[in-house]
Design a protein around this ligand. Sequence first.
Ligand SMILES: [Cu+2]
Length: 150
Amino acid sequence: MHENGRAREFVRKITALRRLAPWAALVPSGFAATLAAAQVPTTADATKIDVTLSSFRFDPDEIVLVHGHRYVLHFVNASSGGHDFVAKDFFSAATIAPDERQKVGKGEVELKGNAQADVVVTAPAPGTYEFHCSHFMHESFGMKGRIVVQ
Ligand SMILES: [Cu+2]
């Protein structure tokens, strides 16, 4: 009698689990929809990339990103003179939140001597995007590089 009751309880649990199964199947698609809606970049799940500007180079001069992933581009001007990070094609193609977009201006981040700046971006379509410093002669002195989106 007691064993029978346990068996009945087990069947009830299995039935309840089966009833839950269609629900479980819905979870991944619902979750994916939530992720798609949250495409505006935030710092929460972003990978930090340090980019150091100095006279007259970028370190690194090749930045490798993965399409659709979020990054905090952390720019550090290690020199006392001003530099900028000009990447018009990259910044226009990347997904950038409106308040972050202000930092980019016309596709460039200006950094006074010893200044720092963070820009949160979602990497655009795969490809190679050139960047350089637009200050007089800096590019010809070596201040150029590329972002490779995979
Ligand atoms: Cu420069």
